[in-house]
Design a protein around this ligand. Structure first.
Ligand code: ACM
Length: 455
């Protein structure tokens, strides 16, 4: 059999009564074949035939090349040991991208040698919000909170992921969600400050000044250290939720707009992102950003991560840009898993049951068929405003991660929700049990595909 049929990541696994044969075009295929073989050993175990493997003849390869999981360590910090465990979970699902959201208003989490105050000051907030953002007046816990990864720890995680064929994609947010950096280096803002590492969730108006050259010098120096740590071709620069209030009121930003002939602050944001894109491209890296980077004009080589629905991704793909689909409605694992919110841990809002994740279709019909190759894949996003502990994180991520993995790997016609639910209960949950994962148990509704009105 021609191994090329199996693509970059596929494998062929044949188990007969006398031998086990595994072949692939690349090491990553052998790795995935081994994961499958281990799962078959579980099956032997389950059937009471420990150490035996059923006879099979499997040719298997993924539908999408970007099969990702995201983790926000800015709102709540998760230590290296847990990040490795998260990577193990990603690997057991044959996913291959770990999107590490490393900087936020609420904490800067990566050591940058040239700018030590980013972690001395920016990694720590005075206190955290108690309860939900919508509970007013806001109350705080009075407990200093934070943490960061040293560069040695980052290298350790990148290496750990690489041995599991997972690329770690770092995200360094700009121009918004940057208050922790501004607390450390207020001279990068439009006003004088001082700024505090933010303690209230949501969107904040103090952002990097787009008029000062020193902003770009700073970000390029940060990205230079980031590129040295992360071999990933893709570098995520955020780009979402950047209020334009400060730019509108600041002479340096207005001067920049005049000089560069920019008609509004959206074009100023586009100027900002394009400069960073040129910098990354000159180092043979590719910029990824949230879909707001479409506003005011997309840099030519940018990849779009579509989160506010499918629209940004559709527009970007149809105009020839690569896209990762991660619309909130199917991919935000910080949403509630049940309509009965009182029975669930406090979450940000929304409703994303397991069944809906399973119905996620990364290539919506509005994508021109000849542009569908621009959809690289999708990912599950885990934002952590309301996720404080490792066990709660597992509860929110799993088994929705399992549904996402199947969507991104299997062909559309091979998908069966009934089969998925059966396999979870029969074998997959047992794997989580052995790893002591705090996964969410299925409820009666999870057994129905049709619990959403709009499915
Ligand atoms: C995002 O959820 N703000 C990308």
């Amino acid at each position: 059999r021609d191994r090329k049929d199996l693509g970059e990541e596929g494998y062929h696994l044949e188990v007969s009564s006398t031998e086990i044969s595994l072949s692939a075009a690349n090491p990553i295929g052998l790795f995935y074949g081994s994961v499958t073989l281990l799962q078959l050993l579980d099956e032997g175990e389950r059937l009471g035939r420990s150490g035996s493997v059923p006879t099979v003849n499997i040719s298997d390869s993924p539908r999408f090349s970007w099969r990702g999981m995201h983790l926000d360590v800015g709102r709540h910090f998760f230590p290296v040991d847990f990040v490795k465990r998260y990577i193990d979970l990603i690997a057991m699902h044959k996913m291959n991208r770990f999107h590490w959201h490393l900087t936020e208003d609420h904490g800067w989490r990566i050591e940058i040698k040239k700018y030590p105050k980013l972690t001395e000051i920016g990694a720590w907030r005075k206190e955290s919000l108690v309860g939900h953002y919508n509970d007013k007046p806001h109350r705080f816990d009075g407990i200093r909170y934070g943490g960061f990864y040293t560069q040695d720890e980052i290298r350790e995680v990148v290496e750990y992921a690489a041995t599991r064929f997972i690329t770690v994609v770092p995200e360094i947010e700009m121009p918004g969600h940057s208050k922790a950096a501004l607390a450390a280096y207020p001279e990068l803002a439009c006003t004088d400050g001082p700024f505090e590492v933010e303690k209230v969730w949501g969107i904040h108006e103090d952002v990097y000044c787009a008029g000062k050259e020193t902003t770009f010098e700073f970000l390029q120096n940060v990205l230079t250290e980031v590129m040295a740590l992360f071999p990933s071709t893709y570098i995520h620069i955020g780009g979402d939720e950047c209020p334009k209030t400060r730019w509108k009121a600041h002479d340096l930003d207005q001067i920049r707009m005049k000089e560069e002939n920019l008609k509004d602050e959206h074009e100023l944001q586009s100027y900002f992102v394009k400069r960073i894109e040129r910098f990354l491209s000159s180092h043979n890296r590719r910029l990824v950003g949230w879909d707001e980077i479409l506003e005011g004009g997309l840099p030519p080589a940018a990849t779009v991560m579509s989160w506010r629905g499918y629209e940004g991704g559709i527009k970007a793909a149809n105009s020839g840009h690569d896209v990762i689909m991660t619309p909130t409605s199917y991919c935000y694992f910080d949403y509630y898993q049940s309509k009965d919110k009182d029975s669930e841990p406090l979450a940000i809002g929304g409703f994303l049951p397991l069944s809906k994740v399973y119905l996620f279709e990364p290539i919506p019909p509005e994508i021109d068929p000849e542009k569908s190759h621009h959809i690289l894949g999708g990912q599950g996003n885990v934002w952590t405003e309301y996720i404080k502990t490792e066990s709660q994180l597992e509860y929110m991520a799993i088994p929705r991660m399992s549904a996402m993995a199947e969507v991104l790997w299997s062909s559309k016609s091979d998908r069966s929700y009934k089969g998925f639910i059966a396999r979870l209960g029969m074998s997959h949950f047992g794997r989580f049990d052995r790893m002591d994962v705090n996964y969410r148990q299925l409820d009666a509704n999870d057994r129905l595909l049709n619990q959403m009105n709009d499915l």
